[in-house]
Unconditional design. Structure first.
Lengths: 230, 123
């Protein structure tokens, strides 16, 4: 099945650069996979929360327009049965993962902006001695992993400070208060290093990057949750 | 004019985003590739004298454009972080904080400890 993809930015992004927002026309999907005449009446999210549309929507295209940029993982129809919707929007290209299984995920503008900021670091710190004191250059692989790490961050996480280090790492820093902060970094060793102060507790460690955010990092991010920035 | 106490050190912020009104960010305490962190002893100095010291650092730094402020902390905070201060007085009052671990997570933890024990002076 082919899908039409349109982009608001006609310039082709260089390799490694996150794509700008894209508009995906999924009309063909609606025609071929949705039984005609049955409207979509709401959303069922993975956390169990349900949201009903003000009026039933006909076709995936209407749903896409109505709910973007929110993430949608399931839709449910009149009659009560749930159809998992998994249209994976990887750089604007919908992907079918199984019969009647599509991932619907709209690009999160905040995350895309953060990825762009990380990409910019590769320009600032892409050459050795970029700080005038012998700093290591940021490797393209490190930048790539950092961008993938951003995709793994939970939705509740605030935007971190992002910076390159003289040691060839990309740092993500959350500073909530003088005794409440977390740093996560990825470097040439392909390890995720994390370090935090949590109101008297001190935690730090390293785990290899396996494509997913380490569980311990999830725990650290959870500890920051709800803390107010001073 | 407040004269700074004995044992007080300052780390100058030559880039924006290292200080808020109430917090010194750990990034300010990031050591260089040689694992040295340049600081100055500011005991006995007042605000304007410290600012002058920082302005001279900006003049000599290859990439810095302006002084954004500094973080003040006691030498005891350095010991608490498991590091040590090595004075060289080149230029006068200059010292390096050394003893940083190679492990990145350990290194960042020490940065965070120093930040948690520091007080910002923003310009």
């Amino acid at each position: 099945m082919e899908f039409q993809k349109t982009t608001t930015d006609p310039v082709v992004s260089p390799a490694g650069a996150p794509h700008p927002s894209v508009t995906v026309a999924i009309t063909e999907l609606a025609e071929h996979d949705e039984p005609a005449g049955i409207p979509w009446t709401g959303l069922l999210r993975p956390d169990g929360k349900q949201t009903s549309f003000r009026q039933p929507l006909r076709g995936f295209r209407e749903v896409w327009t109505s709910v973007a940029p929110a993430r949608v993982d399931f839709l449910f129809r009149q009659g009560g049965f749930t159809l998992p919707v998994d249209v994976h929007c990887f750089r604007g290209v919908p992907r079918k993962v199984a019969p009647n299984a599509w991932i619907v995920r709209c690009p999160d503008p905040d995350r895309e902006s953060l990825k762009q900021e990380v990409y910019s670091l590769s320009k600032q710190a892409g050459a050795g001695n970029w700080d005038g004191e012998g700093a290591l250059a940021l490797a393209p692989e490190t930048v790539d992993i950092a961008q993938k790490l951003i995709d793994q961050l939970p939705g509740y996480v605030a935007r971190p400070d992002v910076a390159a280090t003289p040691h060839g790492e990309v740092d993500f820093d959350w500073v909530i208060a003088r005794d409440m902060m977390l740093a996560i970094s990825i470097g040439p060793s392909r390890e995720i290093a994390f370090s935090g102060l949590f109101r008297g507790a001190r935690l730090n460690g390293c785990e290899p990057w396996t494509g997913k955010l380490p569980q311990f990092v999830h725990c650290c991010l959870e500890r920051l949750r709800g803390a107010r920035i001073e | 004019m407040t004269v700074r106490a004995a044992g007080l050190l300052a780390r100058f912020a030559l880039e924006s985003g290292r200080l808020t009104d109430s917090i010194v960010k750990p990034k300010l305490f990031e050591p260089n590739r040689a694992l040295e962190l340049s600081v100055f002893r500011v005991d006995g100095l007042v605000h304007d004298q410290i600012r002058d010291l920082g302005d001279r650092v900006v003049e000599k730094h290859p990439a810095a454009r302006k002084l954004h402020g500094w973080g003040e902390f006691l030498e005891s905070a350095v010991r608490e972080a498991g590091l040590r201060v090595e004075r060289d007085d080149d230029p006068p009052r200059h010292a390096d904080i050394v003893g940083w671990p190679q492990d990145p997570s350990e290194r960042k933890q020490r940065q965070q400890i120093l930040a948690s024990r520091s007080y910002p002076v923003r310009l």
